[in-house]
Write a protein that binds this ligand. Structure first.
Ligand code: ZN
Length: 151
């Protein structure tokens, strides 16, 4: 049914997601704010959730570039630079928020298991001691062990 919905969308003049090409008449777009009251959408929510940050940034910059090409008078190099930075910041923020939402429940369970595991492995050590030995590349310092060890 997807191709029929896209066919209708194209026919009605809708554009679509830069990645999967599904059209905006039926697919929900992921709006990213780039000034106080302007936002743009290059991807659908589904693709936004699936792709990693660098590819998402690529598609939004690509959309920005095509805007700049079609109406260059609206853009100074300074403005483009500012928009780029804002897009990047907001994409990173949004992506973090959505992945935290998806894994928050899992993390709570892991955190509890971890406490139990640590308690049985190191009965005399205190929690701050364990944290300081955490992997420095780990984004969340409250989880000293890698998730894979718990799986
Ligand atoms: Zn998509």
């Amino acid at each position: 049914m997807r191709w029929i919905k896209n066919f209708i969308g194209r026919f009605q003049g809708y554009s679509g997601c830069a990645k999967c090409k599904d059209t905006w008449n039926w697919k929900k777009s992921k709006d990213i704010q780039y000034t106080k009251n302007e936002s743009m959408f290059a991807l659908c929510e589904e693709c936004f959730n699936k792709l990693d940050v660098s590819e998402i940034i690529y598609w939004y910059e690509d959309l920005l570039n095509s805007h700049v090409r079609s109406t260059p008078i609206d853009y100074t190099p300074e403005r483009i630079k500012k928009i780029r930075q804002t897009l990047k910041d907001n994409i990173t923020k949004e992506k973090k928020a959505s992945s935290q939402f998806l894994t928050s429940k899992k993390n709570i369970i892991h955190a509890n298991r971890l406490r139990e595991a640590n308690a049985s492995l190191h009965p005399n050590s205190n929690p701050s001691d364990l944290n300081s030995r955490g992997n420095p590349t780990d984004s969340n310092p409250s989880f000293p062990l890698r998730e894979s060890r718990l799986a």
